[in-house]
Design a binder for this molecule. Structure first.
Ligand SMILES: Cc1cc2nc3c(=O)[nH]c(=O)nc-3n(C[C@H](O)[C@H](O)[C@H](O)COP(=O)(O)OP(=O)(O)OC[C@H]3O[C@@H](n4cnc5c(N)ncnc54)[C@H](O)[C@@H]3O)c2cc1C
Length: 435
């Protein structure tokens, strides 16, 4: 198939291979990586573009923010992932627009790319649901930069409170976590361990009673997508670990030191972690197709966009309906990875003159970890696991999702060390603007 692009736009294509179909993969998350890897043996040239030069492992960001894992366990160089893929070129650039009819992708910082096949895997970002002051003061948890920013901020607040007791009274070491879904639960649980184990010893002068962790959830229960037994276990375990839980409450506004709830309650807190709500990449709006809830791009059973069999959307940016159950699939790493692989496989099939096949999701269960030896798992069949066994299942599933054996090894070493010792060695703040 001849490329529809002009020569000047052909960044990264090998000169000898220019008349092979060109596949452009947007996003080096689970979806994009899954698609690009699947095309290793296909007779195509693949260009993968991400605004970062690394793949972000979002499920463990809260562990970076709370010093349980080092940054490099959650951010892996994208180029490194494709050393064994001679037909893949990686570029770091920011997508600004997609022209479906012209089969062209435009960037803020790179010449346009044309394509024969496109995989859209740009993911999703935070949705503050209009909470006043959230853009300026809340700490979301979607990127590595978010995790590092939160880590620095928390360390900074504890050090400042240690120097000035008035700050303790002002809520400097109190954290509000918004959202009783997996992200909020995991963040609150990890913060509780950091506070009650490590900081309790690091800062003996700061009373733990003043170091509040308050989890705010708008609905009547935590982890609403899980069974009753899991919800009860989660609430009890978090409370035992010193987390205060406010159900049926919504954050109305935030400033640097106060969080105001819709009920009128004001919490003195210098930190608010936002773990609720997702909004698909804004680039989806440039497609000109009617978007679904959360700005997601609707796709057919083979993951292509209506009227564009050459364009596939995968992962958090896509609205994918389960072919078996008819339910819309959740925004999860495992869905994104499997959908990316299916999109890659479908492109390989189309290039080889075969038909695309429908995506079938293999569900390994929904899970969340609350802290050391405490996790929850619910299988598709409705079976539930809690505690140490669930923790092991959670670890196995997340290790499988990590991109390389090296990343897995790093995570296992850090988890094992922390599991036995409670130790988190990364609790230092290095300022590059100082000697
Ligand atoms: C805190 C947290 C915890 C989670 N925990 C779990 C869990 O335990 N288990 C699980 O299965 N899932 C979990 N998830 C969900 C999972 O991480 C996502 O579903 C998954 O990352 C989606 O993959 P994706 O490829 O669609 O998007 P992403 O992984 O978000 O990748 C999108 C990529 O696109 C790039 N990008 C975005 N915009 C642009 C642009 N304009 N130009 C260029 N590049 C761009 C980004 O840099 C990114 O690399 C969690 C998510 C979060 C935030």
């Amino acid at each position: 198939m001849a490329s529809s692009g002009s020569d000047d736009a052909r960044i990264g294509a090998g000169a000898a291979e220019r008349d092979r179909p060109r596949v452009v993969v947007l996003g080096g998350g689970f979806g994009g990586i899954g698609a690009a890897r699947q095309l290793k043996s296909a007779d195509v040239d693949v260009t993968l573009v991400d605004r970062h030069d690394y793949h972000t492992f979002q499920p463990l960001l809260y562990q970076v923010a709370t010093d349980l894992l080092e940054m490099s366990a959650c951010g892996h160089p994208l180029r490194d992932l494709f050393h064994e893929h001679p037909n893949v070129t990686v570029h770091q650039a920011s997508v600004s627009e997609i022209d479906l009819d012209g089969r062209e992708v435009r960037f803020a910082d790179m010449a346009p790319l044309t394509y024969d096949y496109l995989v859209l895997g740009l993911g999703a970002g935070v949705n503050f649901f209009g909470a006043e002051g959230a853009e300026q003061h809340a700490f979301p948890m979607y990127t590595l930069a978010d995790a590092l920013r939160l880590r620095e901020h928390i360390l900074g607040r504890w050090e400042a409170a240690d120097r000035d007791p008035a700050l303790v009274e002002d809520g400097a070491v109190t954290v509000v976590v918004v959202g009783g879904g997996p992200t909020g639960i995991e963040s609150a649980g990890a913060l509780a361990e950091l506070y009650r184990s490590n900081f309790a010893e690091d800062f003996p002068g700061i009373p733990q009673a003043k170091a509040r962790i308050v989890l705010v959830e708008a609905g009547p229960t935590l982890l609403s997508m899980f069974h009753e037994d899991i919800r009860e276990y989660t609430q009890k375990t978090l409370e035992e670990r010193g987390v205060e839980i406010l159900l049926g409450e919504t954050v109305a506004s935030i400033d640097a030191t106060r969080v105001t709830l819709k009920s009128g309650t004001v919490i003195d807190a210098h930190t608010l972690v936002w773990g609720a709500g997702l909004k698909a990449s804004a680039i989806a709006a440039s497609l000109g197709v009617e978007l679904q809830r959360g700005g997601r791009v609707p796709v057919g059973p083979d993951l292509s966009i209506a009227g564009h069999p050459e364009v596939f959307a995968v992962g958090d940016v896509a609205w994918i309906t389960d072919t078996k159950t008819g339910d819309v699939l959740p925004q999860l790493g495992s869905v994104a990875l499997q959908a990316g692989e299916r999109a890659g496989e479908n492109i390989a099939r189309l290039v080889a003159g075969k038909d695309a096949e429908p995506f079938v999701y293999h569900d390994k269960g929904t899970m969340a970890t609350i802290g050391r030896f405490a996790a929850v798992v619910q299988t598709r069949g409705g079976h539930t696991l809690t505690g140490r066994t669930a923790s092991l299942a959670w670890g196995a599933v997340h290790l499988a999702l990590l991109s390389t054996g090296e990343d897995r090894a790093k995570a296992v070493v850090d988890w094992t060390w922390a599991g036995f010792t409670h130790e988190r060695s990364g609790r230092i703040s290095v300022r590059t603007d100082q000697a």
